[in-house]
Design a protein around this ligand. Structure first.
Ligand code: ADP
Ligand code: MG
Length: 730
């Protein structure tokens, strides 16, 4: 199919779109019955496992107790029977290597029975541990190829499920991924370990508040996923979308998002039909999707599930991303999860709503109704304030990627400076501690000053009211919303960092309170002393104003907050001594593992930019240059024909196209020379820096000439689908 016919096919697909039902309806199948029907969940386990095995397994799932290996065979047998009854033939250990993608290797249940036939087999050891050669996964030099074997280990806390395909069904078992020598090679293992550290320190602190909890203290995550949808024909007609997931060329359309006519607008029929199928598939997998709507940019949408325990929420987010990609194809659509598929309109993020608590205690970031609950809330808030002030750079580094660089700090997503929005009321209360004028926090009451203690604090605001969209970390009533995560990223690294930072600060708070109590202070005085201390030392990260403004950038610098503009600047923070110390002390990762990770991420950055610059050169030469040359020739022939009639004729368009051609050629050659020199750079960090500071601007320079040409060349001579078409034909 030629490129122009791909464009015509897209228009045809859109204009002749006829919504057809695939026969499924929610009259015959109750959504409540559909939900979780493909999950080996609590209900299935209770019904099918022997009582003692069920009890033992739920202890591991709910209370985090070590798994009893003696029950593995029974669980495996029951899981296999359940899967086979549902039509499964294969099983796979699902894991999350450092590429940030989902990885799976399928094995059949069938084994030869020795008599020429086969039997279905799945033992406890096959459930608990899988061997994934995985020598092609990046390991940052942690494994040499001769000992490349890695293994996957069952994560009991994330339920197994069935993946449907028209031709087969696969039992999927969420797992961790480690090297044979026990080195962490994935994103899940550190996250689970950080959860343990959080539980330990949170419980220590809560005990000082006389709160004992049987359930572990865990973190919850609600992940809002943004994405773009365009007609799939366009995707095939553009190498950049196909390979890089974003457009490297494209003139600004006559209309962008400035009318705000898209946000929460009526969802186009084909898109809605797609969304409903996505949700149906996710219901089956037990993913509690709830919200769907149009986002700000044209052809941009959002899907959000209800929050869950972070480990499960992160796995579910991976399942959401895969489902979005797969189901889009059924509707002739392409789902773009890239952070910035189109310049000049908003990019896509993945807001991470984060809270700490338990089913028993609820969110510990929820201000309570009693002064005692309020005191607990303020201490947890202060722990986060201290955490972000001390380790903001780490948090920033967890969202660093080539694609997310197009959002962070650009004028749309939160800036790259990690600050916290608390809202005026809450800030005022906390400021009152610092200034020693607690009466200011007691709206109206003028009675005491310092000695009034926490007992007389007024009820705290449950919601900061106005939503500040420019802050990377915002208090939203009972949780904090971390907005810097990119749409295509796994949330695991950010959750790990948040847990680790919180664990550190909660432990610090517990130490502080213990010390003050030992010195003879009352509990209220000790709490007051801790809050005052945090506000004195760490309130520099609180910022309620406009995060996009230049004033804030200057102010943040004055306050000493790091502003890590891009990935090569941000990633080295992962190896900062205080970060390594934090992760080692909490048992999350060792120095060598962190070093490997940093290297892998830097390498990924370089590879992404390398492939994008190759594409830029190639598309400029094979699509844009020929189109411009063709038009130039046409204009030249017209001029010559007129001249042959004895008249002088020149067009300014001819000059502009000629100028553009010359510019394009020069810029492309410059980019190519530069790339060769950057690729020859031996040192990884230096290579990454040069990609960022030299290659990216050189790519931008090629694009800028090409985009000007696009505005001159006749539509039918231009082979690439335009922004206008891709974003507005739906
Ligand atoms: P908004 O777009 O206004 O931020 P959404 O409804 O799109 O709100 O998303 C909010 C997300 O926050 C949902 O996933 C929701 O379940 C989640 N959430 C609500 N309460 C908590 C909590 N205590 N901890 C973590 N996430 C939460
Ligand atoms: Mg939202």
């Amino acid at each position: 199919m030629s490129k122009t016919s791909a464009r015509q096919s897209a228009i045809q697909a859109i204009t002749t779109y006829n919504p057809e039902s695939d026969g499924f309806n929610f009259r015959d199948v109750k959504p409540t019955e559909l939900f979780g029907c493909n999950v080996f969940n609590d209900k299935v386990m209770r019904e099918r496992l022997p009582k003692s095995v069920y009890r033992s397994l739920t202890k591991t799932i709910r209370y985090g107790e070590a798994l009893d290996p003696a029950i593995a065979d029974t669980v495996a047998a029951v899981m296999k029977d359940w899967a086979i009854e549902h039509g499964a033939t294969h099983y796979t250990h699902i894991f999350y290597p450092l590429t940030g993608q989902t990885a799976e290797k399928h094995d059949s249940f069938l084994m030869p029975d020795g008599n020429g036939g086969v039997i279905a087999e799945f033992s406890g050891s096959m459930l608990i541990r899988g061997e994934a050669d995985g020598s092609s996964f990046p390991s940052g030099g942690l494994r040499s190829t001769f000992e490349a074997r890695g293994y996957t280990a069952w994560d009991v806390t994330s339920p197994a499920y069935l993946q449907e395909n028209p031709n087969c069904i696969v039992l999927c078992i969420p797992t961790m991924f480690l090297s044979w020598t026990g080195v962490v090679l994935d994103k899940k293992t550190p996250m689970l370990r950080s959860g343990q550290a959080l539980n330990r320190e949170a419980k220590r602190l809560l005990e000082l508040f006389d709160i004992k909890s049987d359930l572990p203290i865990v973190c919850f995550a609600g992940l809002e996923q943004e994405y773009f949808l365009i007609d799939n024909n366009y995707n095939f007609a553009r190498q950049d979308l196909l390979i890089a997931g974003r457009t490297l060329f494209g003139a600004r359309p006559a209309k962008g998002q400035e009318f705000s006519d898209q946000y929460f607008g009526v969802i186009p029929q084909r898109v809605l039909s797609f969304m409903m199928e996505v949700e149906r598939e996710l219901y089956k997998l037990g993913v509690p999707v709830r919200t769907r709507h149009n986002e700000v940019a044209p052809s941009q949408y959002e899907i959000a599930p209800i929050f869950e325990q972070a480990n499960v929420a992160v796995d579910h987010n991976h399942m959401i991303m895969s489902t979005l990609r797969n189901v889009a194809k059924h509707h002739g659509l392409k789902c773009l999860l890239h952070e910035k598929p189109f310049s000049c309109i908003n990019g896509s993020g993945k807001h991470l709503n984060y809270s700490v608590g338990s089913a028993e205690l609820g969110s510990l970031f929820d201000p309570g109704d009693t002064p005692h609950a309020n005191a607990k809330f303020l201490v947890f808030c202060c722990a986060l304030i201290r955490a972000v002030h001390k380790y903001g750079g780490l948090l920033r580094a967890t969202v660093a990627s080539a694609s997310n660089d197009h959002r962070l700090g650009a004028n749309e997503a939160p800036p790259a400076i990690m600050s916290i929005f608390l809202g005026d009321e809450l800030t005022q209360v906390l400021e009152a501690f610092r200034s020693g004028h607690l009466e200011q926090a007691e709206s109206g009451k003028k009675s005491g000053i310092m000695d009034v203690g926490v007992d007389t604090l007024p009820p705290l605001p449950r919601d900061p009211g106005d939503r500040n969209r420019t802050s990377p970390i915002a208090f939203v009533g009972n949780r904090f919303e971390f907005r810097a995560l990119g749409s295509s990223q796994s949330a695991a690294d950010s959750v790990t960092a948040l847990n680790a930072m919180m664990a550190d600060s909660l432990g610090y708070a517990a130490d502080w309170l213990e010390k003050e109590l030992a010195s003879g202070m009352s509990f209220n005085e000790a709490v007051q002393s801790f809050i005052t201390h945090v506000m004195e030392e760490h309130s520099a990260v609180i910022f309620n104003g406009d995060g996009y403004s230049d004033i804030w950038h200057k102010e943040a610098e004055r306050r000493g907050l790091p502003n890590l503009h891009n990935t090569p600047e941000a990633l080295p923070v992962l190896q900062a001594p205080e970060v390594v110390e934090l992760y080692e002390r909490l048992g999350i990762m060792r120095a060598a593992e962190i070093r490997a990770r940093t290297e892998i991420y830097l390498e990924q950055y370089c590879k992404t930019l390398r492939s994008e610059s190759i594409l830029t050169v190639r598309m400029a030469r094979t699509s844009i240059f020929p189109a411009a040359l063709g038009y130039q020739k046409m204009l030249a022939e017209t001029c010559a024909a007129i001249k042959a009639m004895g008249r002088e004729f020149r067009t300014t368009t001819f000059d502009a196209v000629t100028e553009g051609l010359r510019g394009l050629q020069d810029r492309v050659n410059e980019l190519e020379t530069l790339m060769a020199s950057v690729e020859a750079e031996q040192e990884l960090q230096k290579r990454a820096d040069r990609y960022c500071n030299e290659v990216l601007p050189a790519m931008e320079a090629v694009r800028s000439v090409a985009d000007e040409l696009e505005c001159l060349i006749p539509e039918d001579m231009w082979s690439l689908p335009t922004y206008q078409e891709m974003l507005f034909n739906k």
